[in-house]
Design a protein around this ligand. Structure first.
Ligand code: GLU
Length: 491
C-alpha cells in the first residue's frame, strides 16, 4: 500500500500552531515511509472561510518548510483540493446513502429541534436528534424536496449496540450508538458538513493514514458508518494529543498566542518551532531534545507518539530556539537574521519613521519596540496616565474585546474599533491612548499607535495587551465578572 497522508485545515482566521503540529506529523509520517503528503482545504463553512486565510496557511506552512506534494496551489491527480470545489462528489455519494436508507431527509424546523434539545437536557439526557424524520416515507420525502421544502440530510444511526473503532495509538475504542447523534451530512445550503466531506475526500484521495487531533475521536463512529455505508475500507486513524494551556484546556488564543505568524514575527527559527511541536507529541528513540526535521523524519515512529495532552510551554520553546540559533555559523546567523528582518518588513516601517529620522542611527531607537520586545512593565510604568491600575486594566480589557472582531488587521480598522470603544465608554480617544501606548510600546511617546498595532499583527498585539494587564496586577475572577458586565452595558 502506498502511504498517503494529508493535513486538512479550515481557512478561517489566522493559521494556528495546531495546524503546523498536524501538518508536521503527517509530513514526517509520509516522508518516513516514502509516501505523499497532501494539503486539502476544508472550506465548507462558507461564512467563516476566506481566500486570505487560505493564502496565509500556504505561506505559514512554506515558512516552516513543510511542502506538500498535492494541494490546491500545486495540483495533483486527486484534485480539486478545495472542498468547495468538490460538491458534485458529495452530492453523488450522499445519493447512494439515501438510496440504501443509510441517510435520510430531515425537514424538522429549528424550533422543533430546540424544543427536543431542551426536553432532553431537562431529562438529563445527551442532546441528540430524536429520529423524527426517519418515519417519513422516502417517496414522500423526495416529493417534498422536489417541491422545494427546506431540508437537511442526516446520517441514520443504529438505535442500540456499541460501535467499535480502531485508533492506532489507543487500540479498540467502544462507543455506544446511543451516544452518537444522527449527524447532519448535507446542510440546508447544500454544502456538506465536515463528516461527509472528510470521509468522501479521504477515500477519493486514497489517504492511507489519518493523523488528526484527538477532538475527532468521538466522530469515529459516524465516520465508521459512512465508510461502511459506502462499502469502503477505513484508513488507519491516529488521534494525536491536543496542545493545551497550562490549565489543561485546549490551547486557545485567549490564554496563549496561537498564530504561527506570532512566532515568526517574534523571530523564532522555523526549525526551532518544528522541533518544539515535534517534542509536544513525540520523542526521539534516544530522547535527545534538539533535532532537525530531517532527523525527525529519519527516526519517526508513530508508536512513539504519546497520548498525554502536552502543555504548551513557551520557556521550553525559547530554550530550543536558543539552541538552534547558537548552532548556526556566524554567516548563516546573519543570513537568517536578514531573512527575518527582511527588506519588506523594514520597508513597511519606513513611512512611520522617515519624518522622525535624520541619521540611520536614529532608527533603532524608534523601532526597538516593534522589531524587538517592548520594555518590561509594572504598575509604575502606567503612572504618567494618572489613572489607577484598575482603570488601566479596564481600558485594556475593553480594547482586547473591541479588537477581537476586527477582520482585516489594518490601521484604519483598528482606529475605528478603538474610537467606537472610546465613544461607548464616554471617553475621548485621546483619553484612552496613553494607557494603550504604554501597553503596546512600553512608553508614552512612540510611533503612531494604530500603525504600530497593525505592524505587530493580531497575536503580538493581543499578547502585549494581556501581559500589560498582568503587569497591572492582573484580573481576578470577581473583576473579570465585573468587566464582562461593564462591557455588555456599553453596547
Ligand atoms: N478541517 C478539520 C480541522 O481543521 C480537519 C480535521 C481532520 O484532520 O480530519 O480540524
Amino acid at each position: 500500500m502506498s502511504v498517503r497522508t494529508r493535513v486538512a485545515p479550515s481557512p478561517t482566521g489566522d493559521p494556528h500552531v495546531g495546524t503546523a503540529y498536524m501538518a508536521l506529523f503527517n509530513y514526517a509520517f509520509a516522508r518516513r515511509h516514502g509516501g505523499r503528503f497532501v494539503l486539502r482545504i476544508e472550506d465548507t463553512d462558507r461564512a467563516r472561510s476566506s481566500a486570505a486565510s487560505e493564502e496565509a496557511i500556504f505561506e505559514a506552512l512554506h515558512w516552516l518548510g513543510l511542502d506538500w506534494d498535492e494541494g490546491p496551489d500545486v495540483g495533483g491527480p486527486s484534485g480539486p483540493y478545495r472542498q468547495s470545489e468538490r460538491r458534485e462528489a458529495y452530492t453523488q455519494h450522499v445519493e447512494a446513502l439515501l438510496e440504501s436508507g443509510k441517510a435520510f431527509y430531515c425537514f424538522c424546523s429549528r424550533e422543533r429541534l430546540d424544543a427536543v434539545r431542551r426536553e432532553q437536557q431537562e431529562a438529563g439526557q445527551t442532546p441528540r436528534y430524536d429520529g423524527h424524520c426517519l418515519s417519513v416515507d422516502p417517496d414522500e420525502a423526495r416529493a417534498r424536496v422536489a417541491a422545494g421544502e427546506e431540508h437537511v440530510i442526516r446520517l441514520a444511526v443504529p438505535g442500540e449496540g456499541t460501535c467499535q473503532v480502531e485508533d492506532g495509538l489507543r487500540g479498540t475504542i467502544e462507543i455506544p450508538w446511543q451516544q452518537v447523534d444522527m449527524q447532519v451530512l448535507v446542510k440546508a445550503d447544500g454544502f456538506p458538513t465536515y463528516h461527509l466531506a472528510v470521509v468522501v475526500d479521504d477515500h477519493l484521495m486514497a489517504i492511507s493514514h489519518v493523523l488528526r487531533g484527538e477532538e475527532w475521536i468521538n466522530s469515529m463512529p459516524k465516520h465508521r458508518l459512512l465508510y461502511d455505508g459506502f462499502g469502503w475500507d477505513m484508513p488507519q486513524h491516529y488521534h494525536l494529543p491536543l496542545l493545551r494551556n497550562p490549565d489543561r484546556s485546549k490551547l486557545s488564543k485567549r490564554k496563549n498566542p496561537t498564530g504561527i505568524d506570532y512566532y515568526r514575527r517574534r523571530g523564532y527559527l522555523p526549525e526551532a518551532l518544528l522541533n518544539y511541536l515535534a517534542l509536544m507529541g513525540w520523542s526521539m528513540p534516544d530522547e535527545r531534545e534538539v533535532f532537525s526535521l530531517a532527523e525527525m523524519i529519519e527516526n519517526f515512529d508513530i508508536d512513539r507518539v504519546s497520548v498525554r495532552g502536552p502543555v504548551f510551554d513557551p520557556e521550553k520553546l525559547d530554550w530550543l530556539s536558543g539552541q538552534h540559533l547558537r548552532a548556526l555559523e556566524p554567516q548563516d546567523f546573519a543570513a537568517r537574521f536578514n531573512e527575518w528582518a527582511s527588506a519588506d518588513r523594514l520597508a513597511s516601517l519606513i513611512p512611520l519613521v522617515r519624518e522622525r529620522t535624520e541619521r540611520f542611527s536614529d532608527l533603532a531607537g524608534h523601532v526597538d519596540f516593534l522589531m524587538g520586545d517592548r520594555a518590561p512593565l509594572d504598575t509604575d510604568s502606567f503612572a504618567s496616565t494618572k489613572r489607577p491600575p484598575e482603570e488601566c486594566r479596564r481600558i485594556l480589557d475593553h480594547v482586547l474585546r473591541a479588537v477581537e472582531p476586527v477582520e482585516s488587521w489594518q490601521r484604519d480598522a483598528l482606529h475605528e474599533a478603538i474610537s467606537s470603544l472610546a465613544t461607548a465608554m464616554s471617553l475621548k480617544l485621546r483619553d484612552l491612548m496613553p494607557t494603550l501606548f504604554i501597553a503596546i510600546a512600553g512608553r508614552s511617546r512612540a510611533l503612531p499607535l494604530f500603525d504600530s498595532m497593525a505592524w505587530l499583527g493580531r497575536d503580538l498585539t493581543r499578547d502585549r495587551l494581556r501581559t500589560a494587564i498582568a503587569a497591572l496586577g492582573g484580573i481576578s475572577k470577581k473583576e473579570a465578572k465585573r468587566l464582562e458586565r461593564a462591557w455588555r452595558d456599553l453596547w
